[in-house]
Design a protein around this ligand. Structure first.
Ligand SMILES: [Fe+2]
Ligand SMILES: [Fe+2]
Length: 318
């Protein structure tokens, strides 16, 4: 296992340059090729959070736990009225809640992948890669859980009913949601890992997650780009009509009302949800996703995305 510290440069996540041959006759040859590259990248660098993160340091309030500008109350009158000590304590609780949501997301994602795997031939490189992705998420969830167990906060579990649906439209929507969560978390993780105001343990967690999620993002993009054109027109209509509301649900899970109850911050949830700074964070955090979806053609009419605060009408799509 490779050990990391917050000062290391990230090991290469470049998965474009692997030379892979012989991909047989798989249903999605581009994604099969990408999966082979990602298997090779995973062999080069796979991290054990119980080796790579120093858990001996107390998860205390010696530093922020998320970059302050990305906290949901940042910039509000409530934030302005807090002392530095209160802001840091709040950052620890909100980070625990984001990790709690992360565990829910990863659980949902593993279920999506495991169901998908029942339809993938074992000789297809996707099969081996998707098993690696599940193993990655198992380690990530134990890592987020370890933070929560040590952070002195409630566990802030996220819950949302999960209804298994193996139709082609549902599978596309599932990978689209996977990508939404991964891009959103990636945005927060990248800020934290570089931010010297953030607790070293959180920076190490963030770094590990950024490194391994880069592969997951690459897979989801390849899969969506290749399978979208093959969907029926009927399924495309379903995906386009459903995606914005589902992404908005997922975004909502990142702010947990119980955090504000625990810290006795009156109306904190409503204030956070209507905070223009937070709204801008969401749009920026989703910009890689929305740019990709527009490129592929999944977003052809952006009005619902704008209405739900997932896209800024003033900012052109990539
Ligand atoms: Fe993960
Ligand atoms: Fe992931």
């Amino acid at each position: 296992m490779t050990s990391i510290t917050v000062n290391d440069s990230l090991p290469s996540t470049d998965v474009e340059d692997e030379v892979v041959t012989s991909h047989g006759d798989f249903p999605f040859p581009n994604t099969a090729r990408k999966a082979s590259q990602l298997v090779a990248a995973s062999s080069r660098t796979t991290l054990d959070p119980f080796d790579s993160v120093d858990w001996n340091r107390p998860i205390d309030d010696s530093a922020f736990h998320t970059s302050p500008e990305l906290l949901s109350l940042y910039g509000t009158s409530v934030w302005d009225a807090m002392t530095e000590v209160e802001r840091i304590e709040y950052s620890r609780h909100e980070t625990a809640a984001i990790y709690g949501a992360g565990i829910w997301f990863e659980n949902a994602l593993m279920q999506v992948i495991l169901r998908h795997l029942t339809t993938v031939d074992v000789t297809d490189p996707m099969h081996r890669y998707l098993l690696i992705e599940v193993a990655d998420e198992c380690r990530h969830s134990t890592m987020f859980g370890e933070y929560i167990r040590r952070a002195g906060t409630p566990s802030y579990p996220a819950s949302l009913p999960l209804e298994p649906d193996d139709s082609a439209a549902a599978r596309t929507l599932s990978y689209l949601l996977v990508l939404a969560v991964e891009e959103l978390l990636d945005f927060v993780n990248r800020a934290a890992m570089r931010d010297e105001r953030v607790h070293s343990t959180v920076r190490e967690i963030s770094r590990l997650h950024v490194l391994e999620e880069a592969r997951h993002v690459a897979f989801a993009k390849s899969f969506l780009a290749e399978t979208w054109p093959a969907l029926s027109e009927e399924d495309k209509v379903v995906v386009r009509a459903t995606a914005p509301a589902l992404v908005a649900e997922v975004v909502k899970l990142n702010v947990n009302e119980t955090v504000f109850d625990t810290l006795s911050i009156e109306d904190g949830y409503d204030i956070a949800r209507s905070n223009p700074f937070h709204a801008a964070t969401v749009v920026t955090g989703l910009s890689k996703l929305t740019g990709f979806l527009a490129d592929v053609g999944i977003i052809d009419d952006d009005s619902a995305w704008i209405e739900l605060g997932l896209l800024d009408a003033a900012l052109p799509l990539d």
